[in-house]
Design a protein around this ligand. Sequence first.
Ligand SMILES: [Zn+2]
Length: 321
Amino acid sequence: MTDDRPRPHADTAGGVLAVDIGGTKLALRAVAAGTTVHERTVPWPAGDDAEADSELLEACVAEAIAALPGAPVRIGVAAAPNVGADATVLSWPNRPTWVGRSLSAPFTGSGAEVLFGDDATLAALAEAVSTAGRDLAYLGIGTGVGGGLVSGGRLLTGAWGTAGELGHLVTDPRGPRCRCGTRGCLQAVVSAEALAAHATAARGLPTSSAELVAGVERAEPWAERTLDHAADSIAGALRVLAELVQPAQIRIGGGLGAALAPLPGRVARRLAATARPGRPLPEVGPAVHGPHSSLAGAALLAARGPHVLNGADLFHEGSPP
Ligand SMILES: [Zn+2]
């Protein structure tokens, strides 16, 4: 593994701030000279009130900046919502009152350059850099299901910069309807909410995703059935992905994905069962950053700058810092 700690250099001498704006929580990490000096995770306030969220975000950013030795020049933000070029929130199913608001407004007081990236895309970057993985796919399973692809040492951006949305690969055309409107997207089948619903049916009792994790740890038969269902659907999506981009490794993370320890192994077994002769299989393993890959990616974005999102070679010595 390589060291992915932000490298201190002239323009980040005061340290960097990483923020992960998730569907249910906000996470912040302040890093100075390669050392984390502040880390905090806060759930969003109950209800959907963008004004209250914005005030909380602004206060948490000020608190994190106060822990740094100097003013951060750049802040990296991993965002669950779909954010436009001017940082306006275009869609956010979890917190719809944010739509049309600026996600950069709560950062204005920082005086720093604020860089936004898709949370799963940044997670893929962090996983690739930390594993020296030039060909890597990341799958994040939590409130939503996201993905990111690094191919040949570069982020695969696609024509509109958002390639690698594994959550919207259709794995079951007759499956449940996704929030995007399509039926049977991977997200509609294996998000935390969808797996809790599956576990509820398998167990015959209302079951949360946290109870599913506990059930998996105890190897309860109902939890095993839900885990197998998740592994089947994920393997179906990854089989297509492996043919298209041939990742050497697939890392499974996100809040729920990282908590389901047996999941990567089960997915790997299903992929192996349908391997084509003479074709190597990707290694399927847990995210090395556990549930914090997006936050680690946001720190990387703050330390290295926007070129990491624009398809630059992540491992080239001469690339901008
Ligand atoms: Zn979808």
